[in-house]
Design a protein around this ligand. Sequence first.
Ligand code: NAD
Ligand code: MG
Length: 385
Amino acid sequence: MRRISILGATGSIGGNGVDLIRRAGGAEAYRVVALTGGRNISLLAQTARELRAEIAVTAYPDLLEDLTTALTGSGIEAAAGTRALVEAAQRPADWVLSAIVGAAGLEPGLAALSQGGILALANKESLVCAGPLIRQAAHCSRATVLPVDSEHSAVFQALGQENIENVKDVTITASGGAFRDWPLDRLATATVAEASTHPNWAMGQRITIDSASMFNKAMEVIEAKELFGLRADQIRVLVHPESIVHAMVSHVDGGTIAHMGAPDMRHAIGFALNWPHRAPLPVAPLDLAAIGSLTFRAPDEGRWPALRLARGVMAAGGMAGAVFNAAKEQALDDFIAQRIGFTDMAPRVEMTLEALSAQSGFGDDPADLETVLHWDGQARRKAAA
Ligand code: NAD
Ligand code: MG
């Protein structure tokens, strides 16, 4: 039986992963090693019981007692805190879904990579802040990293066995999020509730707001660079309101292969779960006659300054990605807490990048986790100030 773990099992991606495991036969089909979560202890405990996990871990030490109580009599180990998360993530498993949100997913992801196997990576933040570390960890343990972002799974599938030398460029699409068609002068007054809705995808709140601001796409451009070894100028973004074409790979001979499908994350998660094979998934079939037409437009960088910032981050290299991600996380925290407005987020991130770059430049690629966490902390403090 294949051994699997899910980091962030109680979230949107984690829950979709659990749904696929359940449909495939649950504990009868997989040996579930570790499940981790945050504050939703009842969901974590219920999922751990259902899938007969070996261990359930909450990120928060103050919730250990609640988790222990909820698992009484089940024989499932309960643990809490960052060290416990990392210990659980490095337990031998054949397939680990990395679906924690934010830079908090970096250390558990690296721990999962250290034991080999497959890391199905939804946590794009770890690639943005420490892509070279992820690659190095995978190389050392001969682990495989598979993308679990709809656009990157699409690129991976459209690439197939193609020699990367034959690829001219790669296009990832963006729905445009909640404010695609809002007049620009209304954006400054956008509320948290308005930014937390998405026209096509059901996702966690943070990535939904990042879709409205295009920070999600900005992170995905960097994610594509790190995953596929492309140059920054080979990665394009196209606004595609229907979210049916997820990505396109254009070749040097003028041909382009597009990957299409209904906007349902269970495709990307299930593809990674079944890889290198394919199996039926509970995803609606594509009915292009019913959809009728697909539309595309160039992104407006005035509406979405995050895309320009991502270009600067890729050009700067070194620790710029870690600063960019941490400043964005802090600005998003401040927007959600209503301390700043929607259009204040990008200037916050830009000012943080400028301030830290002016101090000492962005240095070399990260050599270890401690360096990443150091820059992450500095960027958060600067962005908050
Ligand atoms: P979510 O908020 O729904 O779930 C996040 C999970 O991480 C939960 O299990 C939560 O308990 C856990 N978590 C939160 N903070 C934590 C911390 N500090 N330490 C440990 N665990 C913590 O988020 P999501 O939408 O499922 O997104 C998860 C990741 O997948 C993100 O990196 C996101 O960018 C990426 N992603 C999501 C989607 C989507 O459709 N939701 C699509 C593509 C990529
Ligand atoms: Mg995506």
